[in-house]
Design a binder for this molecule. Structure first.
Ligand SMILES: NC(=O)c1ccc[n+]([C@@H]2O[C@H](COP(=O)([O-])OP(=O)(O)OC[C@H]3O[C@@H](n4cnc5c(N)ncnc54)[C@H](OP(=O)(O)O)[C@@H]3O)[C@@H](O)[C@H]2O)c1
Length: 323
């Protein structure tokens, strides 16, 4: 038996119910893992509330790292005892789980379970946003919202490593200090200040090349005013609520802009896609170019409080749940 946080109805954090579940043996193409560390992500909240429809019931959680304890038929490349990490599919908030082998990546020696669980989903996202959604180049200028968050801190550090100029927003002065420590050229407290004016001033009125926006509703429209003509708006999340697309002509009015709404599911379609992103991320971590901030660590049993803190904007960096 394994403890697991199961969601049987969409709703508030109280819908995360700790249950004892039978995990069983891995089927064809599957691994059985003993989780060593589990990463918390905002997508876990969207799935729990039903904003992102996930077939019920499901075990929450999309990111983790652990030890392979059984290998299903037809699986090649993995054996019992291997150290692996994964991002998606759901089922991470548990002591043990089954996982499609094509979602697992091997951990290099220098990457701990904790770092992998704190960084794989967020860092693979940063990789695809900076390399595949837009191939970021040295000298380009970007705006990253919620830059002190789990995904935000990795995005800022990676963009700086590429050689971009980075403006980060965050919801307090303390968070802005973290954004600067990640290397951002400018940090703007968007709770107390006007980030559009800050971006205009920093760029001499030109605007940025790309906005990376995981905040959504609260920042989407003003972010369009931060872009240069033909700049790219990457709306990749909805921490403040989902964006309803305003009339299409707004993109013409504001300078022939581009908008995209990418998801991991759209970019990580094969095992090779995931391995490419994971290899690049682990390499950046091992080189010391990206530091993974594990700012909150809780026992797995505290998953409800962990999600409440994330929703209340009371976290920075990554949160780990430990089985
Ligand atoms: N599309 C993809 O492939 C993909 C993959 C990974 C993550 N994401 C998205 O990226 C975003 C960040 O994810 P994360 O897991 O790394 O979370 P996070 O950034 O660690 O936490 C969310 C942050 O959003 C900010 N925020 C602004 N308004 C908020 C509000 N009304 N309620 C709650 N938070 C608010 C808060 O920072 P401040 O206090 O500084 O504002 C908060 O700390 C999420 O929208 C997530 O869904 C998308």
């Amino acid at each position: 038996m394994s403890r697991a946080f199961v969601v049987r109805e969409y709703g508030g954090p109280e819908q995360l119910k700790l249950e004892n579940v039978e995990v069983g043996a891995p089927g064809p193409g599957q691994l059985k893992l003993r989780n060593k560390a589990i990463g918390l992500n905002f997508v876990d909240v969207y799935q729990r509330t039903g904003l992102y429809k996930t077939p019920l019931p499901f075990t929450a959680g999309n990111e983790g790292a652990g030890e392979v304890i059984a290998v299903g038929p037809d699986v090649t490349g993995f054996q019992v005892g291997d150290r692996v990490a994964y991002q998606g599919p759901v089922g991470a908030y548990a002591d043990e789980r089954l996982l499609p082998a094509d979602k697992a990546v091997h951990l290099p020696e220098g990457i701990s379970y904790e770092v992998a669980a704190a960084a794989l989903l967020k860092g693979a996202t940063a990789f695809y946003l900076l390399h595949w959604t837009h191939e970021l180049k040295a000298g380009e200028t970007i705006l990253v919202h919620a830059a002190a968050g789990g995904t935000g801190q990795i995005l800022v550090q990676w963009a700086k490593a590429i050689g971009a100029r980075v403006i980060g927003t965050a919801g307090s002065d303390e968070k802005c200090e973290i954004v600067r420590q990640c290397g951002a050229d400018l940090a703007i407290n968007y709770k107390t200040g006007d980030f559009v004016a800050g971006v205009k001033e920093f760029t001499g009125g030109k605007g940025v090349d790309v906005v990376y926006d995981g905040v959504g509703q609260a920042t989407f429209e003003p972010s369009l005013d931060c872009l240069r003509p033909r700049g790219l708006m990457v709306s990749f999340g909805n921490a403040s609520g989902p964006v309803s697309m305003p009339r299409l002509g707004i993109l013409a009015d504001k300078g022939s802009l581009y908008v995209t709404r990418p998801t991991g599911a759209g970019y990580f379609r094969t095992a090779e896609d995931i391995r490419t992103a994971a290899d690049a991320l682990f390499n950046m971590i091992e080189l010391g170019r990206i530091k993974v901030a594990i700012d909150q660590t809780r026992p797995l049993a505290e998953a409800v409080a962990a999600q409440q803190a994330l929703e209340a904007r009371a976290t920075t960096g990554s949160t780990l749940l430990l089985p």
